[in-house]
Design a protein around this ligand. Sequence first.
Ligand code: ATR
Length: 279
Amino acid sequence: MSEQPLDRYAVIGNPVGHSKSPTIHAAFAEQTVQAMTYEALLAPLDGFKDVVSSFFQNGGKGLNITVPFKLEAWQMAERRTERAELAGAVNTLWRSDEGCLWGDTTDGVGMVTDITSNHGITITGKRVLILGAGGAVRGVLQPLLEQNPDRVVIANRTLSKAETLADLFRSFGTIEASSFETLLGEFDLVINGTSASLQGDLPPIPEGVISRDSRVYDMMYSAEKTAFMQWAESQGVALAVDGLGMLVEQAAESFAIWRGVRPETGPVIRQVRAAMVAA
Ligand code: ATR
């Protein structure tokens, strides 16, 4: 009896060697007993579409897309989910039974699940401040607003980018744009979606924005506490967490789209955290 080949999945990026997605999906596959492989694929900066096309032509089942190709993946998808349409980015591709290339983005739902389920932070009815107005923030605004927060304020160095995003998502809830200097009032939840942490930098957050009751969430993650988390803790906030859980939750959402089963994320978050701290 000939053995069935395993279903093939991959993450595609440049660079991609650091990606934790192969480890995460291998853990999901083992846990849910799925006959599949998941590898990391490096695409040349000018060769994304060719790598994707040949992956699917050779029987590949699904792809995750990481930096810097999420916009190209959005353009390449023949059909997109509503949340991907608005996010302007695609991190999950698959072929439907009819052969249509579908694109979705699971980052936003991954972040909301991490905040609400893993960290027990309520968004509904709360005052939410989100820092930054790049692709990362655009990708999470719709699922965030669908939690019905009291309001969402987007603060960005370049005010016009925050205004553009606020206009784009206004139909989903109360959302406004602000510069850092003109931020007013206290917030229950502050989400850092800037890339400042990558350089160990802090966004210029004015005094009075957070209190001892505030929760803060950094979409970035690292083995040590991010500069943003350290700053928030020095202000005495109730809770400061990073975005490692978001990474695992967005992967779980992609996995569920492809395989029709939802893995348990808690053990995988703990596994990835332990490996990161030990490295
Ligand atoms: P990403 O895809 O990660 O969102 P991006 O689209 O380049 O990357 O956006 C980066 C975001 O981080 C922007 O909102 C940027 O602010 P500007 O739009 O004003 O450039 C923000 N950012 C980066 N470094 C920052 C810093 N040191 N302080 C505050 N904001 C910063």
